[in-house]
Ligand binder design. Structure first.
Ligand code: COA
Length: 163
């Protein structure tokens, strides 16, 4: 049986922290699908399709068992639609843990057949967050050590267009 893992998130934008989780999670399953949430599309910084295209370019450099998709319903429904039996989430700190435990519990209650797996974020980059990357870029700071080069460019473009 093919084991499929789903890594859901906003990825607005994808950071080096997400890439760390992706490069490790793809070894846990036959196929890893990165699921970009399009729920808050109106307030999104980058559109879901743009986030998907940026992620597609990055995962091509990591492994050939990784795909990316956009979803806008429940995570557990996306998992079922894709035939995923694992849900992957990264944990950076205690606040993530509290929030993630609650989500894992709700998801388990709704879909007992889908198992949540937590990966500990690499200690060297466990301070990264997408909103801080956006904030630093908006204030003219250098984000090149937090996100891949093409993503830094897309973030700067987006800020340039808004300004
Ligand atoms: N490296 C870097 N950043 C990380 C990270 C890592 N390893 N792990 C988490 N983050 C950060 C993100 O950058 C983001 O930062 P920000 O808040 O500063 O922008 C933050 O953690 C949370 O991001 P994300 O992992 O994308 O989760 P989310 O809570 O925004 O969204 C969804 C997760 C998309 C799955 C969820 O919100 C959703 O929409 N679910 C669908 C509805 C549903 O099923 N609801 C029921 C759930 S019980």
């Amino acid at each position: 049986m093919t084991r499929i893992a789903l890594y859901p998130g906003s990825f607005d934008p994808l950071t080096n922290g997400h890439l760390d989780i992706i490069s490790r999670a793809c070894r846990l399953a036959d196929r890893l699908v990165i699921a970009v949430g399009a729920h808050h599309e109106k307030s999104a910084f980058l559109s879901a399709e743009k986030r998907k295209a940026l992620i597609a370019a990055e995962i091509a450099n990591i492994a050939d068992n990784i795909d990316v998709a956009v979803f806008d319903g429940l995570v557990v429904d996306a998992a079922r639609d894709l035939g995923a039996s694992l849900l992957v989430r990264g944990l950076r700190n205690g606040s993530d843990f509290d929030y993630e435990m609650q989500m894992a519990g709700m998801n388990q209650a709704m879909a007992p057949d889908v198992e949540t797996v937590f990966l500990a974020a690499a200690p060297s980059i466990n301070y990264l967050s997408s909103s801080l990357v956006r904030q630093i870029a908006a204030m003219g700071g250098d984000i090149s050590s937090f996100v891949p080069a093409q993503i830094a460019e897309a973030v700067r473009d987006r800020i340039g267009r808004a300004g």
